[in-house]
Ligand binder design. Structure first.
Ligand code: SF4
Length: 344
């Protein structure tokens, strides 16, 4: 069910109070420029408006409660409690030269059951609201942190949650977060109707496709979604997306030792991405080292360095663009596939 975001609520309240249009911008500036978290401290507003905001929305702008933070050299992972007593996680990555990137959650848990993923072990508790998703970023912003780029690679499958579209509206609204569309990445296991809607409504937002095996049978085994949206159908959809938008599509591939890191796999990825058409150079493969957790159900292991190297060489030799992602945050379970909302 769609819930009204706090930003829409503020607008409704101002309309009901017959306030001039600039009032919304004053409130947005208080939150996003002055980083004020309490409506009562927005002293530019008449007291009556502040009271009305507090009555309807509570004292604080931020509605998520941070319950634990874990920090390592470049990574800061925050555990939030949400309504219903559940937990979600967000991760801040700090790159050299000061770039701050965020990996945020779109669902509490996840119902897709990919075998290598810690979040999948929880099952789907529920979709997050647009406020719960944007508040993960608002938390960092109110704490004085810059928001340079955001990816929906935390807990959950973003395109399975319809609230993601309201979320993107809020994040790209120049009056509030004002994030450029190209600073946002949506990651998907291949939910075709969601890819269609994203291409229509937010064509400039980056898309990452979690491939993890170029072989249909193995992919279905690792990622049951492949039975519903088979690889070839998803790839055809991405071809169309690239043709329509002229944007790159990133292919995420977690390397699992002895499972999907053989030369045959590398060759099959190259075969999958070549001879698709004049747009094929817009596919870019990101290889991700596997991270295990205490709860991941299967005992997968990270690929050896020389295996990764020969995988890369094969892709390079076939003209496929490939990057090996740097590994961040494994020591605090903040790397890809490691978020499962525990607080130990
Ligand atoms: S990889 Fe993504 S879609 Fe699959 S179980 Fe994990 S969170 Fe869900």
């Amino acid at each position: 069910m769609k819930s009204t975001s706090k930003y829409e609520m503020i607008q409704h309240i101002l309309t009901a109070l017959k306030q001039p249009a600039y009032r919304f911008q004053q409130i947005a500036d208080a939150i996003f420029k002055q980083r004020i978290n309490e409506y009562d401290r927005m002293t530019l507003l008449p007291k009556g408006i502040r009271n009305e905001l507090i009555k309807n929305l509570g004292e604080h702008v931020l509605n998520l409660t941070p319950v634990m933070q874990k920090t390592s050299k470049q990574v800061n992972k925050v555990l939030f409690s949400i309504e219903g007593g559940e937990h979600i996680e967000a991760v801040q990555l700090s790159y050299e030269r000061g770039w701050k990137s965020y990996c945020i959650s779109s669902q509490c848990g996840c119902g897709y059951g990919c075998r290598f993923c810690a979040t999948g072990t929880i099952g789907l508790k529920r979709n997050l609201t647009a406020d719960e998703i944007t508040d993960q970023l608002l938390f960092f912003h109110l704490n004085g942190q810059a928001l340079d780029s955001v990816s929906f690679m935390g807990m959950g499958e973003a395109l399975a949650n319809p609230n993601i579209f309201d979320t993107l509206m809020i994040l790209t609204d120049p009056r509030t977060f004002g994030l450029g569309h190209r600073r946002i990445t949506v990651s998907t296991i291949g939910i075709i109707p969601g890819i269609d809607r994203l291409a229509k409504e937010f064509p400039q937002v980056n898309l990452t496709f979690s491939l993890h095996s170029p072989f249909d049978e193995q992919r279905s085994e690792l990622m049951p979604i492949n039975n519903r949206f088979p690889l070839n159908d998803v790839m055809n959809k991405f071809d169309q997306h690239i043709r329509d938008t002229g944007r790159k599509v990133y292919i995420a591939y977690i390397l699992l030792r002895g499972e999907n890191d053989s030369d045959e796999h590398a060759e099959a990825i190259a075969a999958l991405l070549k001879d698709r058409g004049p747009w094929e150079h817009l596919y870019h493969v990101n290889l991700i080292p596997y991270n295990s957790t205490d709860v991941t159900p299967e005992s997968f292991h990270q690929s050896d360095k020389d295996r990764v190297q020969s995988f890369v060489s094969i892709l390079n030799s076939k003209g496929v663009k490939v990057t090996v992602r740097a590994q961040f945050g494994t020591d605090i379970d903040a790397a890809c596939g490691q978020l499962y909302g525990h607080n130990k």
